[in-house]
Design a protein around this ligand. Structure first.
Ligand SMILES: Nc1ncnc2c1ncn2[C@@H]1O[C@H](COP(=O)(O)OP(=O)(O)OP(=O)(O)O)[C@@H](O)[C@H]1O
Ligand SMILES: [Mg+2]
Length: 318
């Protein structure tokens, strides 16, 4: 769906992106992480031609982006930036409807789409529809930014630190919403973030950049298991790496059939992560948990030994 082949971008003498090759299959979520100034935003802007690349090829749906009309190209790619880029003198409804109006959708269809998206993102139309961006909280404005990017139902979504300015709780909530939306909509997403936990949580494909180059790319689990160098390892959290790996692994994938249950053994839902299981063991001073389904019915058991063994197995098999 999105293919970058040996792409470089120079600003004068400075090389902002250097020989970058990347393939994002249709419907996959790709996260770009790396230190400030490493070329993440430049990469996004080259994909929607806000910036023209200097060398290499960028191909969307099998066609070089140089062959697309830049305006038409941008209308089929949703773009979300950190400070939302909302028009300050336009109401929420008008902001969200921007691209469908540009595409000359009938007014009633624009209105219906705007309302659909506001509902999807948990913004009441009656309460927020007529408000202006300065009357919104940071998290509400971000939702409007995401709704606007989705308005014309683009197949591709570029998101540049969309949740960067938010407090951790709002941020986590929006991450969960984005994960839920993505599970339904299967957009092809390129997402830039400074926050490795955010990237690990959302991405199918993780790309670590440094000084304009890709240092390593692969699945989050693959990078956690085998970082190529100390830079990637430190970005992935150094010693916290084991816990981050545990947060990507579900209890249900590691539980065993039920042994003898202790009367007051702590219970953990099967779709929780191994990290949450470890935390519960530490809190409750135990090394065994009862795994329950969504109706709180016991369906298996998880032991500390098993978690540690599985971690070893993963290491051996990767
Ligand atoms: N329009 C421009 N003119 C000249 N240099 C630029 C321009 N845009 C970006 N650069 C340079 O290109 C490099 C990469 O910038 P970019 O914005 O892509 O970094 P980034 O990874 O998004 O950083 P951050 O995490 O701080 O947002 C930087 O050194 C920056 O100074
Ligand atoms: Mg940036």
């Amino acid at each position: 769906m999105i293919e970058l082949a040996h792409v470089s971008k120079r600003f004068g003498n400075e090389t902002a992106v250097d020989d970058m090759s990347l393939h994002v299959p249709k419907g996959k979520f790709c996260a770009l992480v790396g230190t400030s100034g490493c070329g993440k935003s430049t990469t996004l802007r080259m994909i929607n031609r806000l910036i023209e690349h200097s060398e290499g090829d960028i191909i969307l749906d099998g066609q070089a982006i140089k062959e697309y009309d830049p305006v038409k190209l941008r209308r089929r790619i949703g773009y979300v930036i950190q400070h939302t880029g909302l028009f300050p003198h336009w109401s929420v409804v008008r902001n969200i409807g921007l691209v469908p109006r540009l595409l000359k959708w009938p007014a009633a269809e624009v209105q219906a789409r705007v309302e659909e998206l506001m509902n999807l993102l948990g913004l009441s139309v009656g309460e927020f529809g007529h408000k202006y961006p300065h009357q919104l909280s940071g998290g509400q404005a971000q939702r409007v930014g995401v709704a606007r990017a989705l308005a014309a139902d683009p197949d591709i979504l570029l998101m540049d630190e969309p949740f960067g300015a938010l407090d951790p709780i709002t941020r986590e909530k929006l991450q969960d919403e984005l994960a839920r939306l993505q599970a339904k909509m299967h957009k092809t997403v390129v997402f830039v973030t400074h926050d490795m936990d955010e990237a690990l949580k959302l991405a199918d494909h993780l790309v670590v950049m440094r000084a304009g180059r890709i240092v390593q790319q692969g699945s989050p689990l693959a990078l956690l298991q085998h970082p190529v160098d100390p830079f990637v390892e430190s970005l992935l959290g150094g010693l916290e790496r084991g816990l981050k790996q545990a947060s990507l692994t579900r209890v249900k994938d590691h539980m065993t059939s039920m042994g003898q249950m202790l009367p007051a053994q702590s219970r953990i839902p099967a779709d929780f992560s191994l990290r949450q299981a470890l935390s519960m063991m530490l809190r409750d001073h135990c090394d065994r948990l009862t795994v329950v389904d969504q109706h709180d019915v016991p369906i298996g058991e998880l032991s500390l030994r098993r978690i540690i063994k599985e971690a070893q197995l993963d290491k051996g098999s990767a």
